[in-house]
Design a protein around this ligand. Structure first.
Ligand code: GBH
Length: 475
């Protein structure tokens, strides 16, 4: 059902699993700071220790091998490599750690996919203004260059930035992710998104001109998007609201990179119309790309999609905030959940496997038929621990069926699938209360022992079946 060279993966992120937050000269990141402030994270928890993968990497590797993964997606902790965020000061212990991880993966025949930035800006750079400052793009580019130079002889799949939407909106508008800012709603998130796009594009151009010929890898940014459809497909207002919402999520980042080099017109006109209504003077709150900078268009070698859930959409932001300056009022939509969609774990995650197939088809049609990696997809557990998680096993089966259909029937060029996550881990503002792992981690046990869930064992079976089938067909 899957192409021979299909990538079977699972993913993690540095802050969510590594721990060792001060080990061996690591600098602090904005998530260290955020978690150490009262009232930020559920139960005052933090990633100080998490799965302690900094010390227990070999245990993670065992899980990866047991699953039979062909690919493993990890992220680098910027502040572990460059404690102050910039290159004069390199933490060699950090370099050693990631060298070990990468070398071990390759020795086991597992291809690493490496994310440079998964939410954890060095605190030193936040102190200089963080992602709101245009200069962050150049600083990120230097960090990226350092990583290509240090690890690019062995790493051939790169993600620059994970989910710029989440960094911008949750970090700088809602304030529920680090750095926890919400004072400049309707302004800061657009600036952050803009600088992240510029940073991504600069790093792509650096890779393209200095490393591609020699290293031969591929690079993209990971874009998260729900599948969205109108609450009533016959209602023009619902259809328009859906288009608007798509423009403010997937389109915000994918349109500039894959289609025009600029933001979706729907997004800009909605923002500018709202500004006018509120008497907000001055230039557009949505920044413009400068012609003097490296182009944004064409800066992805594949499409990296993080998909978790679906929504129905109707107009009206619903919270009575029409007259306030915010992204919410700019986009002016209400999300509706279909009552038939189960919500087994965390409240935002309605399980809708067929939404993934539809989204893949939409991406094929809208973004010029790119090669696609599903870089995250998963299902969470909350409440009592269930190692025999039958429902999640079914979810993976159903989802992979939808992916197979997208490939075979819709002709989408899906190159790989990364389950989120390899391990139960620190789930950001939800702390350890939400478990996404294929392996359970016992956080109450000092050894932090890892145990396969049934879904992990079944995912391993799916992988092994698919591998033996495609081997059989080729012989
Ligand atoms: C991913 O984001 C992250 O990349 C990953 O690190 C994380 O562990 C994984 O999801 C699971 O959450 O709290 O109601 O405001 C997925 C995209 C967008 C999903 C924001 C949660 C927050 C909803 N996320 N959304 S709410």
């Amino acid at each position: 059902m899957f192409p021979r060279d299909f990538a079977w993966g699972a993913g993690t992120a540095a802050y969510q699993i590594e721990g060792g937050w001060q080990a061996d000269g690591k600098g602090a990141s904005i998530w260290d700071t955020f978690c150490h402030e009262r009232g930020r994270v559920c139960g005052e928890q933090s990633g100080d220790v998490a799965c302690n993968s900094y010390q227990l990497w070999e245990k993670d590797l065992q899980c990866i091998r047991q699953l039979g993964l062909t690919h493993y997606r990890l992220s680098l902790s910027w502040a572990r490599l460059l404690p102050h965020g910039t290159t004069p000061h390199v933490n060699q212990k950090g370099v050693q750690y990631y060298n070990q991880v990468i070398d071990d993966l390759l020795a086991c025949g597992v291809t690493p996919m490496v994310t440079l930035y998964h939410f954890d800006l060095p605190q030193a750079l936040q102190d200089q203004g963080g992602w709101k400052c245009p200069g962050m793009a150049d600083i990120f580019d230097c960090y990226a260059k350092f990583c290509f130079q240090t690890f690019g002889d062995r790493v051939k799949l790169w993600i620059t930035i994970n989910e710029p939407y989440v960094c911008a909106k949750l970090g700088h508008e809602d304030g529920i992710h680090a750095p926890g800012l919400k004072e400049e709603a309707g302004i800061a998130a657009y600036l952050v998104g803009h600088n992240m796009l510029r940073a991504h594009a600069m790093a792509w151009h650096t890779y393209n001109s200095l490393y591609r010929a020699k290293q031969g890898g591929a690079l993209s940014l990971a874009i998260n998007s729900d599948w969205l459809e109108p609450l009533d497909a016959c209602c023009p207002e619902d259809v328009a609201a859906t288009e608007r919402y798509l423009a403010f999520t997937l389109g915000w980042f994918a349109w500039p990179v894959f289609v025009t080099g600029d933001y979706p017109e729907t997004m800009r006109s909605a923002i500018d119309a709202r500004s006018k209504k509120l008497g907000y003077e001055g230039t557009s709150r949505l920044p413009s790309f400068s012609k003097d900078e490296p182009a944004i268009l064409g800066t992805a070698d594949f499409f990296a999609l993080n998909y978790y859930t679906s929504r129905k959409v109707k107009p009206g932001e619903g919270g009575g905030g029409e007259m306030s300056l915010s992204m919410k009022s700019d986009r002016d939509v209400t999300e509706v959940l279909d009552p038939s969609w189960p919500i087994p774990g965390v409240s935002w995650l309605a399980v809708v496997p067929h939404g993934l197939r539809k989204l893949l088809k939409y991406i094929k049609d809208t973004f010029n038929d790119p090669a696609v990696y599903i870089t995250e997809n998963g299902f969470s557990q909350v409440g009592p621990l269930q190692i025999e998680d039958v429902q999640r096993s079914e979810f993976y089966r159903d989802t992979l069926m939808e992916v197979a259909r997208a490939i075979q029937e819709d002709g989408v060029k899906v190159r790989g699938y990364f389950a989120w996550s390899l391990l139960d881990n620190f789930e950001w503002a939800d702390g350890f209360s939400v478990r996404f792992g294929l392996y359970h981690v016992d956080f109450a046990d000092a050894k932090l022992s890892r145990t396969a869930y049934r879904s992990g064992r079944e995912y391993a079976q799916m992988i092994s079946k698919s591998k033996s089938k495609s081997n059989g067909e080729s012989s």
